[in-house]
Write a protein of this length. Structure first.
Lengths: 505, 263, 307
């Protein structure tokens, strides 16, 4: 039965179309592409007012988003003359740069690079070598910065070299060990074969500030305030890097990166040199990290090994994954959110407000406006006041321990949560471990059982927060990061702005 | 026969002690359509993996267009002009249909990273060319992969369309030799007929030489200039479809030693 | 010569602890192909449970039970506690991700590791915790023992080495001789095929976590008998355990033992003959070289790329 059809290819297709439309002209046939496509649309598109807003927002071009974002960011130092806010804005701008770089490696190259922070450190140290008193070399910034970027890219290339033999988690381990190697060398580098190379744990001091066209930008203004010019410089660098990377992502290189992330073997067989492409993404990420490192050294005029530790790596990873690995606007959003969150958690007042806001928003998001919401809110309030008054009635010392910052929220908390004057040593571990255990049990329950348990869990959470966590911002920050990472992987691996992805095996 | 485009000289392949291909000689002439048949496990897909460089042969030499390609990386071999499809369908599922095809143009395009960053006129021109090439390759399939489907992600395609997209993607590497691994697998009779016609069209209009693995004997009969039968990695018959289909070894390989019936 | 014996002894003690940790990595990796970053933190929790158990039993100066009972009880407590922790981690952080892309459970594992380490720091602070085993029986564990040349081999090291090896041999027997061990090996070979043969995959995975975590708990106590512990110790020790697993050939039980010993000796000799500052560096370099040039390890087998 060969050659029974016309040469024209469309002919047999008409037959197929007829067959499928026989069910009625408007209903797309099950199993056909149209149906699949429309099904996808139905799921992603919202209806109503929100849908209209979303559709409108989608039409706004990327550069308009970027310009608005940068403009708002620029206004920060103007809106607030607090040196603290400006300093935080600078840190967040650095985070944004770092997240953009990591996104190239993880989001586009699909490589789990756990040594990323080492390149940040290499950039910081390289700048200090090239422009400080340590070796007496004082290259001007327009020479040293490009040099540092080249050094970063080269090291990235060299570390990435074994990636041709290593896949997935093995590469993760090799890069992680590279980070540890970097930390060991910098920490003990004050006695490297008898030479003081890295200054050891004391770091390198007196690095040069940024010099632009012969003018030096002092890191601090008169009165010891942080110089916002540095924030503008980093922001400008951020815009350049963002746009350049966006263009790369839209080119054949970007397509090849995405292809190799989808299926490395198919990409290789379709003519893409997978290993060199991986190396390229590695080197790119490293170069951006090194570039960010230079600004950190300039601003603090010094560099210490402890600034490049494992927790920082996890922070950057959380940013990239929360925002949506692979999406440039996503990782920037992630950097801003996590950066702000970590700052807010430093201050007991801010973190208290943040905690209750998160609880309220979480409950609201989980139940929307429904009877269940009313039950949970009312139940939690009543539970709290009853527990508080019982405890207060038996002994006033049980409830008089509070009194912190946070305005109205603190007043509310003082009258609602039990905060004993003196917390016995066993209270913290017992309450914390039961909170974790109950929260885990909560995920196993459904329906009203879940709601019944949710009320004491919420109260217990508030208790733990007020009595255990609020006083120790450092571990609390990292605990929250850990929880965010696990929860994201389980409930929303695409992050906030990541593309919907399917894995068909 | 026309000039030999692909020549396998005594190729052997073994995984540990398991010999998949043993001293196989095979050649494909310029402009030919050659089919490889054989029972499951005969070494057909291994053969494709050897030609495309995914596996390195344990012995023998592969010559393409007069030059040895043994030991080259898969992407280098693709650049020399060999493209393939996968039996198990390995599309870039989360990329759009058009991007799938555009990605395959990587090997014969040049714009580097720095030119892309600056969006130089040359880079933009090349990008436009890639886009046109992709659309042309997709247009080859009539309205099957046309219009609105270009911007859909590949995972939204039906099974048959995924097979078509695999072929479109392979042709976007601008190959001389096209290796098709079971192009009609999982298709209904109508689609099978369409793919049969299409393979002929790929030769006449696309100008590709084609080596195809196929289980569907109607397809093999409809397209092949020459048929090669493999069993246990050994060539057991070669010739026209009728010669191979009636060869006693082939009948035995498919039906076992006691088999009496002829296809 | 004495130095050499002393260093060998150090290496053996250290290596047997590494080997126990490596076994946990190997068991889980063999079955789930998951690099369980949180394993080192399970170890750390083990060291803390042991510490807590000693306090509950009256401290080391004046314990309410005999010394040997004390040692066995704290080890059992740590093993049980860690086994529960391991099961909880598997159930809530890894099981939902079993069919996700490879990178997802890896990141989840990083999150778990962070969560556990800093939860401990939150609850118990970041200062060093010392078991103070020297006070047990007036230092008998350190003073008694036998001599090799001029080097004294104290009881406490004998305890560590012997109990580690006993546990390793028991595990090996369990995996090679029993039904559940066969199920584990089948699952690590081909999970889907094993499931089709009627093996309850969930049970096998939970069992692997129970075994691995219990061994980590035991390793924790054996380690902390001599060396003070702290909340974030798990990261580095865990990495060394993983290194040992890789050097030996990940997924292989004898390999994990061999890898642990190799690493222990390397670290000990490096500390003794080169310098304590750079001994970690040597460990890292060994691992990187192994990963790059022999990723299948000493006793592992190379994979064939399937298409």
């Amino acid at each position: 039965m060969s050659g029974g059809y016309d040469d024209e290819l469309s002919r047999p297709l008409e037959g197929a179309l007829e067959a499928s439309t026989s069910e009625g002209p408007t209903s797309p046939a099950v199993g056909r592409d149209e149906w699949v496509a429309r099904h996808g649309d139905n799921r992603t598109r919202r209806g109503g007012l929100l849908g209209t807003v979303e559709a409108r927002l989608r039409v706004v071009p990327w550069w308009a988003w970027l310009a608005t974002f940068v403009a708002l960011f620029c206004l920060l130092p103007v809106a607030s003359d607090s040196g603290y806010v400006r300093r935080v804005a600078f840190d967040i701008a650095i985070y944004m740069l770092l997240a953009l770089g990591l996104n190239v490696v993880v989001g586009w190259g699909g490589l789990l690079d756990l040594g990323y922070i080492a390149f940040f450190g290499i950039g910081a140290y390289a700048y200090a070598f090239l422009s400080s008193d340590h070796y007496g070399i004082h290259l001007p910034s327009f020479v040293s910065i490009p040099l540092v970027v080249v050094i970063g890219a080269t090291t990235g290339f060299l570390v990435g070299l074994p990636s041709r033999r290593l896949t997935g988690d093995y590469l993760a381990i090799v890069t992680l060990f590279f980070l540890l190697l970097f930390l060991t060398v910098t920490t003990n580098g004050d006695d490297l074969f008898g030479h003081n190379v890295t200054g050891g744990a004391n770091g390198l001091l007196n690095a040069d500030p940024l010099s632009l066209f012969g003018h030096e930008l002092p890191p601090t203004l008169e009165g010891g305030l942080f110089n916002p010019a540095y924030m503008y410089v980093v922001l400008a660098v951020f815009v350049v890097v963002y746009v350049a990377l966006r263009f790369v992502n839209l080119s054949r290189t970007g397509r090849a990166w995405r292809s190799l992330r989808e299926d490395p073997l198919a990409a290789e067989v379709m003519g893409m040199p997978v290993n060199s492409l991986k190396l390229m993404s590695f080197a790119f990420g490293a170069a951006i990290a090194a570039l960010s490192g230079t600004f950190v050294t300039m601003l603090s005029a010094s560099v210490f090994p402890l600034s490049f530790s494992f927790p920082l790596l996890i922070i950057i990873y959380t940013m990239v994954i929360l925002g949506g690995s692979g999406s440039q606007p996503g990782v920037v959003l992630g950097a801003v959110l996590i950066g702000t969150l970590l700052e807010l958690l430093r201050d007991p007042g801010d973190s208290r407000v943040l905690f209750y806001a998160a609880i309220v928003l979480g409950v609201l998001g989980a139940f929307r406006f429904s009877v269940k919401l009313a039950v949970v809110v009312a139940g939690t309030f009543v539970f709290g006041f009853v527990a508080h008054s019982i405890a207060g009635a038996s002994d006033n010392a049980w409830v008089n321990g509070s009194g912190g910052e946070g305005g109205g929220v603190a007043d509310f908390a003082a009258n609602w949560v039990i905060v004993p004057v003196h917390v016995a040593a066993w209270v913290a571990p017992v309450s914390y471990v039961s909170l974790v255990a109950l929260a885990l049990v909560l995920t196993l329950l459904h329906g009203w059982a879940r709601i019944a348990l949710l009320i004491p869990v919420l109260y217990l959470a508030a208790f733990v927060w007020e009595n255990v966590m609020i006083a120790q911002p450092e571990p609390t920050r990292y605990i929250i990061l850990g929880v965010i990472l696990i929860a994201l992987m389980i409930f929303r691996p695409t992050g906030l702005l990541g593309e919907k992805r399917v894995e068909i095996i | 026969m026309a000039e030999k485009l692909l020549e396998l000289q005594g190729i052997s392949m073994a995984f540990g002690g398991l010999k998949c291909i043993q001293a196989l000689d095979l050649d494909v002439g310029e402009g030919e359509i050659v089919s490889v048949i054989g029972p499951n496990g005969a070494g057909k897909t291994t053969l494709f993996n050897l030609i495309t460089g995914v596996y390195q042969p344990t012995g023998g030499d592969i010559v393409f267009a007069g030059k040895s390609i043994t030991g080259l990386e898969p992407h280098q071999i693709t650049r020399r002009g060999i493209a393939r499809t996968f039996q198990t369908l390995r599309l870039f599922l989360n990329m759009s249909v058009r991007e799938n095809v555009m990605a395959a143009a990587y090997g014969h395009t040049k714009a580097g990273v720095f030119r892309s960053m600056l969006r130089t006129p040359g880079m933009r021109r090349e990008e436009q060319e890639i886009r046109e090439l992709a659309e042309k390759r997709l247009a080859f399939f009539g309205d099957r992969l046309m219009g609105y489907r270009w911007d859909q992600p590949a995972y939204s395609l039906s099974y048959a369309n995924r097979r078509r997209l695999e072929i479109a993607r392979a042709t976007a590497t601008n190959p001389r030799l096209l290796l098709l691994d079971e192009p009609a697998a999982g298709m209904n009779p109508k689609e099978t007929q369409e793919i049969t016609d299409l393979i002929s069209l790929l030769r006449t209009e696309g100008g590709y030489t084609i080596l195809v693995i196929e289980h569907d004997m109607h397809v093999v009969e409809g397209i092949s200039d020459r048929v090669i039968a493999l069993n246990h990695g050994i060539k057991i018959a070669e010739g026209s479809f009728d010669e191979v289909a009636t060869s006693p070894q082939v009948v035995e390989a498919y039906l076992g030693t006691g088999g009496m019936a002829k296809k | 010569m004495d130095t050499f014996i002393q260093l060998t002894l150090n290496g053996l003690t250290l290596g047997s602890v590494y080997a126990l940790i490596a076994l946990g990595y190997s068991l889980v990796y063999g079955i789930l192909k998951l690099l369980n970053f949180a394993h080192g933190d399970v170890f750390m929790v083990g060291t803390f449970i042991g510490f807590g158990a000693i306090q509950l039993l009256g401290g080391t100066v004046n314990p309410i039970v005999p010394v040997w009972t004390l040692l066995i009880l704290i080890t059992l407590a740590a093993m049980a506690g860690c086994a529960v922790l391991g099961v909880v981690i598997e159930r809530f952080a890894y099981r939902p991700l079993r069919d996700a892309p490879r990178i997802a459970p890896l990141i989840s594992a990083l999150g778990v590791s962070f969560f556990i380490a800093y939860s401990m720091q939150l609850l118990f602070g970041s200062e060093l915790r010392n078991y103070d085993t020297f006070s047990l029986d007036g230092g008998a564990l350190y003073l008694e023992g036998f001599d090799i040349g001029n080097v004294r081999v104290p009881m406490i090291r004998i305890i560590t080495i012997v109990s580690a090896f006993v546990m390793m041999i028991l595990l090996w027997l369990l995996v090679s001789r029993t039904r559940v061990g066969k199920a584990m090996r089948a699952t690590s070979f081909d999970r889907e095929a094993a499931a089709m043969m009627g093996i309850d995959i969930d049970k096998v995975i939970v069992f692997a976590f129970v075994l691995g975590s219990a061994l980590a708990g035991a390793a924790g106590v054996l380690f902390a008998l001599r060396i003070p512990t702290y909340a974030t110790i798990g990261f580095l020790i865990g990495l060394k355990g993983f290194t040992a697993a890789v050097i030996g050939g990940i997924g292989s039980i004898p390999g994990a033992m061999a890898g642990g010993l190799v690493l222990g000796f390397a670290e000990s000799y490096a500390q003794g003959y080169i310098s304590t500052r750079w001994s970690d560096l040597l460990v890292f370099v060994i691992l990187i070289l192994f990963l790059v040039f022999r990723p299948q390890g000493i006793l592992g087998k190379a994979d064939i790329r399937k298409v």
